[in-house]
Design a protein around this ligand. Sequence first.
Ligand SMILES: Nc1ncnc2c1ncn2[C@@H]1O[C@H](COP(=O)(O)OP(=O)(O)OP(=O)(O)O)[C@@H](O)[C@H]1O
Ligand SMILES: [Mg+2]
Length: 153
Amino acid sequence: MNDALKAHAALTDWRGARSRPASVLGEKWIPPTGRCLASARRFVRDVAADWEAAEDVPEVAELLASELVTNALTHGAQGVSAASGIHIVVTREQELIAVDVYDSSSALPRLCRARHLDIRGRGLAIVETFSRDWGWRITPCGKSVWFQLLAWP
Ligand SMILES: Nc1ncnc2c1ncn2[C@@H]1O[C@H](COP(=O)(O)OP(=O)(O)OP(=O)(O)O)[C@@H](O)[C@H]1O
Ligand SMILES: [Mg+2]
């Protein structure tokens, strides 16, 4: 099975495992290079805005997706081939918008408590602060890291 098919199978399993029914609002693949971070960010913001998510949700979704995609590029793409893309999926689960960022590394995210002078270790803390919920899930070909926001109260 190629990478795209494996990722699709993992996504199907994952959707089946979620307690809330989810509909996909948009999905995008990017190559594992920083060159595509801006378009990934824009994509999430546009999907949230197109589906009329409330108030500042498109901006917040963009910010949090930016942290997760940056992490996928910096921590989750080491040693993977250029053909193994990062997969971004935006779903609606009733009143929640969820953004999942799939990478092909089995290394897991670790929430840090950055100290005053630390220059790293703040991304997931930002995601935790602004999201309704966040987490990660191991898939057959890596993992997804996700967050949810209240978008249609
Ligand atoms: N997609 C990922 N794959 C593997 N490890 C990850 C991933 N995302 C996060 N991590 C791990 O979790 C740690 C914390 O991530 P976080 O985003 O909070 O900080 P950072 O990326 O190190 O720095 P900053 O985001 O502030 O620039 C990372 O240092 C890394 O070890
Ligand atoms: Mg980070």
